[in-house]
Design a protein around this ligand. Structure first.
Ligand SMILES: Cc1ncc(C[n+]2csc(CCOP(=O)(O)OP(=O)(O)O)c2C)c(N)n1
Ligand SMILES: [Mg+2]
Length: 197
């Protein structure tokens, strides 16, 4: 058995540096937002494919003293694979990417992702020049891999082989985007190194 999306979300929230920004997308949004996201947590649109990593990179570059973690879907990562070259070029040491490699487009009904089981996101990340990249596929190895991800200088990536969920309910909006963004801005304004400019 692989890792569940709930285990990844729980591990990221428990082991993340505090304070930090955590951007969740796609199937990670539901467990992330279930009890309200943690401080600095942002439940991004669950259908904005390929945008989460650039969004997180923007925050990381603007706020270099604040760790930024992004939970990205494998299908979305593939749709904007080139952003890893931008991430490497930008050299943001505070950016960490977690790819939930479940092999499917979970939130739209579980269609297979092209290249599933072939594409190794950690190898692509290394080839693009990220400073740390690793893959993990067993629950007992998850905490250690997350610890190394958060301990390494970024930009860093961890690809987690996640079990797809058959017959999962369709994704639901985590709430009005204006309110979600206002909460993120308020967090950034109070996070102690200059606020949003
Ligand atoms: C260009 C484009 N094509 C298709 C969609 C529809 N769509 C929204 S989310 C999604 C699946 C996302 O899959 P993945 O990134 O692997 O995340 P998961 O749901 O598996 O966590 C799809 C196909 C879209 N939003 N944009
Ligand atoms: Mg997926």
């Amino acid at each position: 058995m692989g890792v569940t999306v709930e285990q990844v979300v729980e591990g990221v929230v428990r082991l993340r540096p505090v304070p930090s920004v955590v951007v969740a997308t796609m199937s990670a949004v539901a467990p992330f937002a279930a009890d309200g996201p943690p401080p600095g947590g942002f439940a991004y649109l669950p259908s904005s494919m390929g945008q989460a990593v650039p969004f997180a990179l923007g925050i990381a570059l603007r706020r270099p003293a604040l760790p930024v973690v992004v939970l990205a879907g494998d299908g979305s990562m593939l749709m904007n694979l080139g952003c890893l070259a931008t991430v490497a070029e930008a050299e943001a040491p505070n950016l960490r990417i977690v790819v939930l490699d479940n092999g499917v487009y979970q939130v739209t009904g579980g269609q297979p992702v092209v290249g599933s089981g072939r594409v190794r996101f950690e190898a692509v990340a290394h080839a693009c020049g990220l400073r740390h990249a690793e893959a993990v596929g067993e629950p007992p190895a998850l905490d250690g891999a997350l610890g190394r991800l958060f301990g390494a200088a970024g930009p860093a990536l961890l690809s987690v082989r996640v079990d797809p969920v058959p017959d999962a309910p369709p994704a639901r909006s985590p709430g009005p985007p204006v309110e979600r963004l206002a909460r993120l801005r308020a967090f950034l304004a109070g996070a102690g190194d200059g606020g949003v400019r």
